[in-house]
Design a binder for this molecule. Structure first.
Ligand SMILES: NC(=O)c1ccc[n+]([C@@H]2O[C@H](COP(=O)([O-])OP(=O)(O)OC[C@H]3O[C@@H](n4cnc5c(N)ncnc54)[C@H](OP(=O)(O)O)[C@@H]3O)[C@@H](O)[C@H]2O)c1
Length: 273
């Protein structure tokens, strides 16, 4: 089957070019938040390898410098700045710098999240909820609001939120974080119809357990990994690249008829409501 498809593409160069151009992001400018490590960095790499100019950011300058150096070594067009997405002045700085240095913006990947609380949900405080909702939900919306007028000037664009499998089925001891991730599923659906009028697509990815620093407490021991594997069809934990490619797909013209959707990328974990 695969060899037949390859043969067809080789003998039909127009189809080949069409396929390539639809996944290409050449000429696009992509802001990816929290992109100096883990899933955000993998998304920046996937977008950059498809030709986008990526704007990477996170809270710490040293992390930004390291990510910029890595992406440049991979021949990716990249600009970097610090941005704590929970601060309005930082969000504005990120968008203004993108406009000044890259001439516009076509793609927003809102990836940043925090989780300052483990425990019974009734023990969580107002300060915990404020922090989680500010960074994980409100910042995603407010950044979208900042970039959409500039996407409209370029004829459209694409927004991708990074939710979690926990948004479908709350993880034990991670109640407030899980609820914030459910809110992103709703935000995706609330924004998509309104922004479709401006040719801006809004989608979401819900990763399963991906091996990053953020999730390290979940895969700290072999026993825990074995326990998770029982819930998976693909018997390994995910890697950041497993998510980066899906994000790049959602931002590309290959996904031009997809909006308001959340794609679960979980290795087959049963997570649908
Ligand atoms: N890993 C998983 O299993 C998993 C599963 C489902 C969903 N997710 C989601 O995936 C996203 C990324 O997580 P990850 O696992 O890739 O994390 P990670 O590897 O630990 O990377 C976190 C990144 O976020 C930056 N960051 C942290 N707080 C920030 C803030 N307030 N503003 C801007 N940048 C910030 C960090 O850099 P600085 O320290 O320099 O700020 C770093 O670049 C999150 O939304 C998370 O909820 C992860």
């Amino acid at each position: 089957m695969l060899s037949a498809v390859t043969k067809c593409l080789l003998s039909n160069s127009v189809a080949g070019i069409r396929m390539m151009s639809h996944s290409s992001l050449s000429g696009k400018v992509a802001i990816v938040t929290a992109s100096t490590d883990g899933i955000g960095l993998a998304a920046a790499q996937a977008l950059g390898k498809r030709g986008a100019h990526v704007v990477v950011s996170s809270r710490r300058q040293a992390n930004v410098d390291k990510a910029v150096e890595l992406l440049r070594s991979e021949k990716i067009k990249v600009t970097g700045t610090t941005c704590n997405v929970g601060k309005s002045e930082d969000r504005e700085k990120l968008v203004n710098m993108t406009l000044e240095e890259c001439g516009g913006v076509d793609i927003l990947v809102s990836n940043a999240a925090v989780n300052p609380f483990f425990g019974n949900i009734l023990d969580s405080t107002e300060a915990v909820w404020d922090k989680i909702l500010d960074v994980n939900v409100k910042a995603a919306f407010l950044l979208t609001k900042l970039v959409v007028p500039h996407m409209e000037k370029r004829g459209g664009g694409s927004v991708v939120f990074v939710s979690s499998v926990a948004g479908y089925q709350p993880f034990q001891a991670l109640g407030p974080y899980s609820v914030s991730k459910t809110a992103l599923l709703g935000l995706t659906r609330a924004l998509a119809p309104e922004l479709a009028q401006s040719n801006v697509r809004v989608n979401c990815v819900a990763p399963g357990i991906i091996k990053t620093r953020f999730s390290s407490a979940l895969w700290a021991s072999e026993d825990m990994v074995d326990e998770f594997k029982k819930q998976l069809s693909i018997k390994r934990l995910g890697e950041p690249e497993d998510i980066g490619g899906v994000i790049a797909f959602l931002c590309s013209d290959d996904a031009s008829y997809i909006t308001g959707e959340t794609v679960t990328v979980t290795g087959g974990m049963n997570c649908r409501l």
